[in-house]
Ligand binder design. Structure first.
Ligand code: HEC
Length: 172
């Protein structure tokens, strides 16, 4: 039994050291324009989703989906997010697709997290990815407005849809 345990510990040490050596000697290919392996993308997506699910405080969206809030959310999205996540006239952003992990294209696949999780992720950003921590730049109410907008992509009033077609920085 003692030898068995010692064998397991020795194997773990060899594997950890081997992994460290692999990284230290530069064998890992970290180019952004190299497709992720299935394992890497599964591990990264699972880790991000699980971390957001565990850490996002359970809170209700304090912002009602009124036309005014959706319009403000659309402007914020158009000006701060659309370059990476797409807009109606550029639904698959080359820029967003050039990151690794890629920025999800919200005009094609709408966000599928709960609102409190979207709020947490947008406010705090995602480590080792291009997703910024918007809490450093936007107020909580602005983040809720953009989250509300993202959760109503299926049923946006026409005036809000039009706003997405106007150039970045346009204000009424
Ligand atoms: C510079 C590029 C960039 C900008 C600008 C950007 N994002 Fe992201 N975003 C990303 C990337 C890359 C990911 C994927 C992160 C990952 O998988 O680790 C992401 C992920 C997300 C996710 C998680 C989606 C999911 O389903 O897992 C949400 C929500 C999101 N972004 C919202 C926003 C909002 C809202 C803004 C604007 C306020 C914004 N992003 C601006 C690059 C960007």
């Amino acid at each position: 039994m003692k030898n068995f345990v010692a064998g397991i510990v020795a194997t773990l040490i060899v594997f950890s050291f081997g992994g460290w050596l692999y990284l230290r000697l530069g064998y890992a290919d970290l180019r952004a324009n190299l497709a992720q392996s299935w394992l890497e993308s599964q591990l990264a997506t699972t880790a991000l989703n699980a971390s957001v699910a565990r850490h996002a405080p359970m809170q209700q969206n304090p912002i009602a989906p009124t036309d005014v809030n959706l319009l403000d959310g659309a402007r914020l999205y158009r000006d701060k997010c659309a370059d990476c996540h797409g807009r109606p006239d550029n639904p698959i952003s080359d820029y967003g697709a050039s990151f690794n992990p890629r920025a999800p294209q919200f005009m094609e696949v709408h966000p599928r997290l709960r609102e409190n999780q979207d709020f947490y992720l947008v406010k705090n950003g995602a480590r080792r990815s291009a997703m910024p921590a918007w809490g450093n730049i936007m107020t909580d109410s602005e983040i809720w407005q953009v989250v509300t907008f993202l959760n109503h992509l299926n049923d946006l009033p026409p005036s809000v849809q039009q706003e997405l077609h106007r150039p970045a920085g346009s204000n009424p």
